[in-house]
Structures are given as structure tokens and as C-alpha cells.
Design a protein around this ligand. Structure first.
Ligand code: SF4
Length: 228
């Protein structure tokens, strides 16, 4: 009898905590929306394939550097077919400063081939199909779906989101897939599109990796790491 009561109490406690977690997540989002209401994808692009290329390039590279690289790249390669026919060594040279350029060039060309051969030159608009493209994991697929098509099948987890979601105690994981699962449980679906852009804006302006400025942070009142 006592054991049953303890189990029931634990279940009630867990339910309450889940509700509290959701309220906490919404509070964070509302504050961020007030402060960074127009936050959007920081990568420059003029069509879904360019965004796919930019997002592949952004692995282990800053958005600022990617935008510098794509300024030249998108002038040279105008459409998806240009990448299919690209000389890989020339492409590598163009994207060298984004790092890991051999792998990235290979994935861009192979993705372009799949898109032209299987999807008639159009970037697919579902998570399942995007994940079939070489070099595309959930983060890239989420960015493309949200920023190019206004669709959300999940939450994009990049380095800003990994770091800040942990500081805010929205998750205890380092692994992006596990973090996304945690976030999806507590962030209402209507906010999935904007969540990463809001966190990225905070990460760029205030909650910087080396010196987060707690004193001016709009989340200072609610963030459990603000007093560290
Ligand atoms: S209070 Fe500090 S640690 Fe928390 S989100 Fe703001 S800057 Fe980052």
C-alpha cells in the first residue's frame, strides 16, 4: 500500500514537472520574442538549394564566414545543375575557407545529383527525404524546412542551441538528437519554426560562448545559470 502511494506521488510529481517545464520554455520564448522578434536565419540564400548548400557549409564554421564564401560561390554556380557538373577540385577551392572542404564539396555535389535525378531539380520538402541527401542530418534538414519552406518537423539544434539549452537547463545532453527530443517535449509546436532563430540571436548578441553577459541578458531573471 505504501509503495503504491509512493509510486502515485512520483507520477503526479513527474506530471507537474512536465507542465512546469513547458511553462518555463514558453516563458523563455515569449521573452526572446519580445527582444528578438524579427530573428531569422543568418545564412544568405535566394532559393532552397542555396540554403541547403549554405547549411552544409556551416558545419564547424561561423555563419559570417559561410556568407563570405557563398557570396562568390553563388555567383559562380547559379543553379543545382551547375553543382552536378562542377569540377570537384574547383568547388573545393571555392569553399576551402569554410573548413572540411573536401567532404563538404563531395556532399554538395552528391546532394545536387540526387536532387536533379530523383526530385527533378527541386529540394524535397520533408524531413524523411532531406535526410536521404548526403551530408544532411537533422539540423540541416530542420534549417532548410523552416527557413526555405516555413515548415517545422522538429527543432534545429546547432552549437548555439546546444550550449544555451544546457545553460537554461532545458536539457542535460550534448548530443543534438537527444537535445532535439527534449526540446520537442516542452516547446509547443507553434514555436518550433522560430525557436532556434531566437536562441541563435541571443547567442550572437548576449549569451556568447566565451563571455555570456548575464547583466544585460533578457533571460537574466529566469535563467538558472545567470548567477554563475
Ligand atoms: S543569463 Fe547568462 S547564461 Fe543565461 S541565457 Fe543569459 S547570458 Fe546566457
Amino acid at each position: 500500500m505504501v509503495l503504491r502511494c509512493i509510486k502515485l506521488y512520483c507520477r503526479l510529481l513527474m506530471k507537474k514537472n512536465k507542465k512546469d517545464d513547458k511553462e518555463y520554455a514558453v516563458k523563455i520564448i515569449e521573452i526572446l520574442k519580445k527582444n528578438y522578434g524579427n530573428a531569422k536565419c543568418a545564412l544568405n540564400f535566394s532559393n532552397p538549394f542555396e540554403l541547403l548548400v549554405a547549411t552544409i557549409l556551416s558545419a564547424q564554421c561561423t555563419d559570417k564566414r559561410v556568407n563570405e564564401v557563398t557570396k562568390t560561390l553563388f555567383n559562380k554556380y547559379k543553379n543545382v545543375e551547375d553543382y552536378v557538373d562542377a569540377d570537384v577540385l574547383e568547388l573545393e577551392d571555392c569553399i576551402r575557407s569554410a573548413g572540411f572542404y573536401r567532404n563538404k564539396a563531395k556532399n554538395i555535389v552528391k546532394s545536387a545529383q540526387v536532387i536533379v535525378n530523383k526530385y527533378d531539380g527541386n529540394v524535397p520538402q520533408t524531413m524523411e527525404k532531406l535526410l536521404e541527401l548526403p551530408g544532411v542530418a537533422r539540423k540541416t534538414a530542420n534549417v532548410v524546412l523552416s527557413a526555405a519552406f516555413g515548415k517545422a518537423e522538429g527543432i534545429a539544434v546547432d552549437t548555439h542551441v546546444i550550449r544555451i539549452a544546457n545553460l537554461l537547463k532545458l536539457t542535460n545532453y550534448d548530443d543534438p538528437v537527444k537535445i532535439e527530443k527534449d526540446l520537442i517535449k516542452i516547446v509547443p509546436e507553434r514555436y518550433w519554426l522560430d525557436f532556434s532563430f531566437l536562441i541563435q540571436a541571443l547567442g550572437r548578441k548576449v549569451c556568447k560562448a566565451r563571455n555570456p553577459d548575464h547583466s544585460v541578458c533578457p533571460l537574466g531573471e529566469v535563467c538558472p545559470s545567470s548567477r554563475k
